[in-house]
Design a protein around this ligand. Sequence first.
Ligand SMILES: Nc1ncnc2c1ncn2[C@@H]1O[C@H](COP(=O)(O)OP(=O)(O)OP(=O)(O)O)[C@@H](O)[C@H]1O
Ligand SMILES: [Mg+2]
Length: 411
Amino acid sequence: MQITNNNLGGKDCGHKTATTLIQNVVLNATKNTIFTKQVLFFVFLVHIQNIRDKMHLAKKLDKLPPKREKVETLEIFRQLSKSSKSLGELKGIAQTIPNQEMLINAVVLQEAKDSSEIENIITTQDELYKALATKTKQSSQVKEVINYRKAIFLGHDLLKSQGFLKLKDIEYLQKVIIENNAGIRSMAGTVLKNDKTGEVVYTPPQEKDEILDLLSNFLEHFNIEHNDFPPLINLAILHYQFESIHPFYDGNGRTGRILNILYLIINKLLDIPILYLSSYINEKKSDYYRLLNTVNKFDEWEDYILYILKGIEETSNRTIHKIKSINDLLNETIEVVQEKEPKIYRKELIELLFEQPYSKIEYVVKKLNVERKAASRYLNSLEKIGIIASEKIGREKIYVNKKLIEVLKQH
Ligand SMILES: Nc1ncnc2c1ncn2[C@@H]1O[C@H](COP(=O)(O)OP(=O)(O)OP(=O)(O)O)[C@@H](O)[C@H]1O
Ligand SMILES: [Mg+2]
């Protein structure tokens, strides 16, 4: 999706071309051939279409809630029950994992990578872990991914401390992601264009007062536990609404995706931030944009809501599978170390390798409260039996849990 500022020319150009064509055709109409009549009729149709599109584009964004009959259809309820079941299972399985931090770290880093890919910020797992574990210089792409991860943790902390979000919290999250102070849009001119054709597909509200008014209506629905609609339907509605208000010059997609997970936590559908739609959206990106457009233009919600609900079902199932694989690997690793290096076996040591797939001597010193020498001996022993592999990055030595990295990479 291409976002352009101060460029409302896309549709105008089409309009002008059609008008000029009409004039030319009218001039030539003196010849009055059948062919000219046909062209005239065709141009007339194009002209009407242009005006209709313009009317859709100019349509004001409605406040929440949408009409009940538009968002509560039989199909939606059928899918809702499947999505709720998968999400409930995910919540249950996550609660059985003793080391929650390990889980959150693994899932959130993967999400930061997937979400940033929607904006074409491509990084590898390796680059990210290295950037987190060492002081090497970060590329701007890695930095953006790490900022996104930071924003998820900040949002989660805000919810833990206050239980809801204020407008200034959302502004803060966006600021962390984008690393600038532009804040809520105050200059008109932002339009959303189709990447390939350059066509303007949506014009969000332009006036700051209108944006603020819509945001306060959005927050009223975001922060209430019991809402007009079942929470997963409401999540889809809220996501649409936030993206359509498009309050910032940039980072609206990423901020909106963080709001999704925070909304699930507010509604106690999850305890920790481990469900994300980004990989699903990445795979079905053109459907995502098309369906947002269908709501914009025609107020038709069903397919869009089904898309989001299916995403929740699919990604919950994927995440359940991933959590199981991580947990199996953890247990397997514990068994191997207990058998082959019983003298150095400490549960916290093995858990550390799962909390920090790229580990360092300092981490062991801190976590186990041991001397550097002992920490280094532990890591070297684990390397000897193939649990980790060391790598030198600049002057630092890091120890990689390669099997875990493989599991994290899988979808
Ligand atoms: N027709 C539309 N109506 C409403 N919102 C749209 C429409 N098309 C795209 N969007 C939203 O705009 C977002 C992109 O906006 P922006 O570039 O500000 O966010 P980003 O975080 O930088 O990008 P991205 O979401 O691509 O990572 C998309 O993720 C999508 O949610
Ligand atoms: Mg962008």
